[in-house]
Design a protein around this ligand. Sequence first.
Ligand SMILES: C[S@@+](CC[C@H](N)C(=O)[O-])C[C@H]1O[C@@H](n2cnc3c(N)ncnc32)[C@H](O)[C@@H]1O
Length: 360
Amino acid sequence: MKTSNEGQEAASQDAQQSHKRRVRYKGKYPKKFEEKYKELQPEKYQDTIQHVMQKGNTPAGMHISIMVKEILDFLEIKPGQVGFDATLGYGGHTKAMLQCLQGKGHVYATDVDHEEAAKTKKRLEELGFGEDILTIKLQNFCTIDEIAKEVGGFDFLLADLGVSSMQIDNPKRGFSFKVDGPLDLRLNQEAGISAAERLETITRDELAGMLYENSDEPYCEELAKAITDEIRRGNHMDTTTKLRQVIEKTLDFLPEKEKKETIKKTCQRTFQALRIDVNREFEVLYEFMEKLPDALKPGGRAAILTFHSGEDKLVKKALKAGYKAGIYSDYAKDVIRPSAQECAQNGRARSTKMRWAIKA
Ligand SMILES: C[S@@+](CC[C@H](N)C(=O)[O-])C[C@H]1O[C@@H](n2cnc3c(N)ncnc32)[C@H](O)[C@@H]1O
């Protein structure tokens, strides 16, 4: 039997003999997004997920549904009813609505994100929500009229606008200025053009207008000039990092104490403006709001969550006009906001505004 010292010496000699060449250091952490986050394998790393959520963050590959209680309280879903979830995403709201049906009735859901919708379909199927009670359609929610016609209208409806956490967190999608990735920003990567392609042909004036109209960007003129100048010089804005760097350079004149925060907010607004543009979000929402009344059955209830002032204004105006015209028997005169507790637990809930209406 070897003593512990002898053991260490032998191990050291073995190491010297076998360690002729240093193996290239691959890095302590996995490099790819899929390898990086344990949260992407929820069945394996439940503790990690709980830990991330306790800190008020969203685990990678997941989306924490917002204002679930407020939505369910308003929708008053009863077994046997037919509902529409315009924005399937991770399926959290869909699941909560399905549970209210207690096995009787049906939910139709749309999403344009083929990749995430496939994962959500599988996840919900595994929870017992198969095609007998849930139909997922890979189409834009502005086609609500076609679905409503097919199924005879809806008793309840939810639209939780914008992007999911899975989309924001995935660098391949280009939604976040915090990680390097292609400047894509499409919800449906199988249709339309990416933000990078859009910037290739946009004029300076149009870009300034886009940044102002879609995000109230105070530095829209300066940014539009800087971005279009860079592209003209051959520096194509094809990655999130390149766009962020131009924003940083443009705002370099700001006083040191406000620079960091202003750059962060400007990046958020610029990416948001581009996302709204490439996905035609205002046009699509306008069309949806126009078609909404006819898609609801008499007494049908609709709840809509928005995440920036442009969306909220559009929803508010449409609901108010519908109420005045007698199409809705009632609507939310004031927005409903998530509780302070929910905002503390989920930072992404902070900008949420909920509005609702009941069909006459
Ligand atoms: C905020 S997430 C929804 C999260 C979902 N309520 C949940 O609980 O997991 C928004 C989703 O709507 C989808 N979406 C956005 N605009 C859409 C549109 N016009 N038509 C269909 N889906 C859309 C996005 O791809 C994204 O998956």
